[in-house]
Design a protein around this ligand. Structure first.
Ligand code: HEC
Length: 112
């Protein structure tokens, strides 16, 4: 049974379990936000290795979310380290940014 043996060998040295959702498969529920997200934020926030906190990565977003929404919004609008000003979304309004930040941080649809 060479195939079974190969399967066992792979299982034995497989890396840590995969994260629950593939970042590339996530998208805001709101169609308008989804369009903005796909055209801007997604290029970095769904790409491991871009330096951006990955979409809905709890560990990455928890300390950032604690800063409060006003600070996060300010960092998006003004830019912050590797985060470009306006997140490369010239068409986004402040309300759009708030919705996108909530989605990225895993707080979509929550009041707080
Ligand atoms: C060119 C890549 C790029 C794009 C496009 C981008 N981001 Fe970012 N973003 C980053 C990086 C890199 C960071 C991490 C900055 C750091 O803390 O070093 C970041 C951080 C953030 C943060 C956390 C800021 C903080 O205070 O911790 C928010 C919120 C954010 N991005 C929102 C967005 C939104 C919303 C969009 C789309 C409108 C977007 N980003 C588009 C690269 C990008």
């Amino acid at each position: 049974m060479p195939f079974a043996a190969a399967g066992l060998a792979l299982a034995a040295c497989s890396p840590a379990p995969a994260p629950p959702a593939d970042p590339a498969s996530l998208s805001p529920k709101d169609a308008h936000l989804a369009e903005l997200y796909d055209g801007a934020c997604k290029a970095c926030h769904a790409a491991a290795g871009s330096g951006a906190p990955l979409v809905q990565d709890k560990a990455a977003w928890a300390p950032r979310w604690k800063q409060g929404e006003d600070v996060l919004l300010d960092h998006v609008v003004q830019g912050y380290k590797g985060m470009p000003a306006l997140g490369q979304c010239a068409a986004c309004t402040p309300d759009d940014f708030k919705g996108l930040i909530r989605f990225l941080a895993g707080h979509e649809g929550k009041t707080r």
